[in-house]
Design a binder for this molecule. Structure first.
Ligand SMILES: C[S@@+](CC[C@H](N)C(=O)[O-])C[C@H]1O[C@@H](n2cnc3c(N)ncnc32)[C@H](O)[C@@H]1O
Length: 262
């Protein structure tokens, strides 16, 4: 399964790829989770800080902390949002029991090496009665950008694409799976749902540009192809999206879960 190594990249490449959806998704997650002013919150796997920035706007930067294993992303989050970010993975959070009123993670659970341990840690650092909330892409369905990417990749290199397709290899990304993880972690009053957000593109080149840099599992697959393979992928992808030189928007769905610490 693709790991954090595919995120050891420049934050601006992430911003132009999946990060384009992240601020709107962060707002939707905060609303779904019921985060309220006065809370102290932790953003686990904060990346360059899209959800962190939304939390800081809502709660004040002094009440928001991040944890992130990728150094370039942790540094970008510190600089952009002005919050403390621990260089740490979800599975070993360097915080005391019950330090936070809420622990959130956005698009991270499926990248954890040990998701039950990571969610267990999120619950441990949250006080009894506090909230643990996450969301993950619906890679197999309505995350249009990535679904079309892997379908196009399957045209170009079926065997390697099948082995890397996030709709197949990512755990906890089917409808209801996050909820099962939350229940198994002992969280109560678990609610699940779907968050749908949009991103705008100037044209297909604007969408394609970050992929050859190797950002995220999709970019890593793109970068691994020779120039002819990349050109074939680019054309199959553009055709599947049905877009070209003009502006367009894509929708993306994420599954979400929130629960309360007992
Ligand atoms: C798709 S990005 C999401 C970043 C950010 N949360 C956002 O919404 O833009 C996935 C993030 O998870 C981080 N990550 C990967 N494995 C992790 C782990 N075991 N614990 C915490 N974060 C992890 C990556 O470094 C990366 O920043």
């Amino acid at each position: 399964m693709p790991g954090p190594d595919t995120f050891r990249a420049a934050a601006h490449a992430y911003d132009r790829h999946v990060g384009r959806y992240a601020p709107a998704l962060g707002s939707a997650l905060i609303e779904f989770a019921g985060i309220e002013p006065g809370m102290r919150a932790l953003d686990v796997g904060c990346g360059p800080g899209a959800l962190t920035a939304q939390l800081a706007q809502w709660l004040g930067a002094a009440n928001v902390f991040g944890a992130e294993p990728s150094e370039p992303f942790a540094a970008a989050c510190r600089e952009r949002v002005g919050v403390e970010v621990a260089s740490a993975s979800a599975e070993a959070l360097p915080f005391e029991d019950g330090e936070f009123d809420a622990a959130l993670s956005q698009l991270v659970v499926n990248f954890m090496g040990d998701a039950p341990a990571g969610v267990g840690e999120m619950a441990r650092v949250t006080r009894p009665g506090g909230l643990v909330a996450s969301c993950v892409w619906d890679y197999a369905g309505e995350m249009t950008l990535l679904r079309a990417f892997w379908d196009a990749a399957g045209e170009v290199d079926p065997e390697r694409a099948a082995a890397a397709d996030e709709g197949v290899v990512m755990r906890w990304c089917g409808e209801g799976e996050l909820g099962e993880l939350w229940e198994a972690a002992g969280l109560r009053d678990v609610r699940t749902g779907a968050l749908v957000v949009n991103a705008a593109y100037a044209d297909f080149d604007d969408l394609w540009a970050p992929l050859p840099t190797g950002i995220a599992p999709s970019g890593a697959f793109c970068k691994s192809l020779d120039p002819e393979g990349q050109a074939a992928l680019r054309e199959a992808y553009r055709r599947r999206l049905g877009v070209g030189t003009g502006p367009f928007e894509l929708a993306a769905r994420a599954w979400t879960a929130v629960g309360t610490v007992s």
